[in-house]
Write a new protein. Structure first.
Length: 177
């Protein structure tokens, strides 16, 4: 299970505030550059949010052209909640720390399933400024990179790691089966 129905409703309410999408806008130039460098033409925005901030930022600033096939998965938004198809690049920005702890392995397994060539993931390691409607901090998992990396590396080959102080970025490739 990737998300419980109760938590889906919490996320749906949080998304309706419209107060998110900063990470996607911040990483858009890097993601666009990686797409071009690797010669990739498909991107899946995993945990995209209802504003689709990543693709909007990349297209508004003409970082990518229309030749890039974009798809989005967001379980809290009904029209984006269907199980995504695999894509050459999967971007998961400021999402994993929001996952229910009991669903984390299933979500990481799903990321592995959909990542064909490259993954770009960012994870915040401390508390969020946002609070869920039920009073919990929006970052359900607040753990160090040392806690996260074994879980990620069990499913992916680490290409790049960057400590960002209050979180980290990894660029990964799928493990060869």
């Amino acid at each position: 299970m990737l998300i419980t129905e109760e938590y889906r409703q919490q996320q749906k309410a949080l998304h309706q505030t419209g107060n998110y999408g900063i990470a996607a806008e911040m990483y858009a130039p890097m993601v666009a550059a990686l797409l071009k460098q690797a010669g990739l033409h498909q991107i899946l925005d995993y945990g995209a949010g209802s504003k689709l901030s990543l693709i909007r930022a990349m297209r508004a600033k003409e970082m990518i052209g229309r030749e890039i096939e974009y798809s989005a998965y967001e379980p809290a938004v009904e029209e984006l909640s269907e199980s995504p198809e695999p894509a050459e690049m999967v971007v998961c920005l400021d999402v994993l720390e929001h996952i229910e702890p009991e669903c984390l392995d299933a979500v990481l397994d799903d990321l592995k399933r959909v990542t064909v060539k490259m993954g770009v993931f960012t994870v915040a390691t401390g508390p969020a400024k946002k609070i869920l409607p039920d009073g919990r901090n929006a970052h359900l998992i607040q753990e160090t990179a040392q806690w996260w990396l074994p879980k990620i590396m069990a499913r992916f080959r680490l290409r790049r790691f960057e400590d960002e102080g209050n979180g980290f970025l990894v660029i990964v490739n799928p493990l060869e089966d």
